[in-house]
Unconditional design. Structure first.
Length: 147
């Protein structure tokens, strides 16, 4: 049980951290390529709900990884992105239904219902790879550490 709680917390913190960094640099790049004043404070943002959504990844990821770990890396990355899109869509939809709004709203040509942004596919592939590497590292440590 300790291992599952530990992984939940790590996945939640990892997701929130990456999201804050991603939104900070996305904002900076947008400002650099627009006529807006550039704010080098690099303020990023996330939502408390995201901790739990990323934390749930600690339950779903091991199952997915065990199913696809023998496949080629490119295939795994594509599967990670697709699964992330599905989870992002479902959680966005559920938050919208339960709370009356989704905390994130994508717009533009590649946005689907405001819940997912298809142009983020390569970012999600990279995130999936990072999670895979961290998961492998942590499970190696947990086999010898936490009981």
């Amino acid at each position: 049980m300790k291992k599952k709680v530990f992984l939940f917390i790590v996945f939640g913190c990892l997701g929130i951290s990456v999201e804050v960094i991603f939104t900070a640099f996305s904002k900076l790049i947008t400002e650099l390529y627009s006529s807006k004043l550039v704010d080098f404070a690099l303020e990023g943002n996330s939502y408390v709900w995201m901790f739990f959504i990323y934390g749930i990844g600690s339950i779903a990821f091991p199952v997915l990884y065990n199913l696809i770990n023998h496949f080629h890396l490119l295939f795994r990355l594509l599967i990670y992105a697709i699964v992330i899109f599905i989870i992002e869509f479902l959680t966005g939809f559920l938050l919208d239904v339960i709370m009356g709004s989704c905390p994130w709203k994508y717009n533009g040509y590649f946005a689907i219902c405001g819940y997912i942004q298809l142009s983020y596919v390569f970012f999600w592939m990279g995130f999936g790879y990072m999670v895979e590497r961290i998961y492998i590292f942590l499970t190696g440590i947990l086999k010898n550490g936490l009981q």
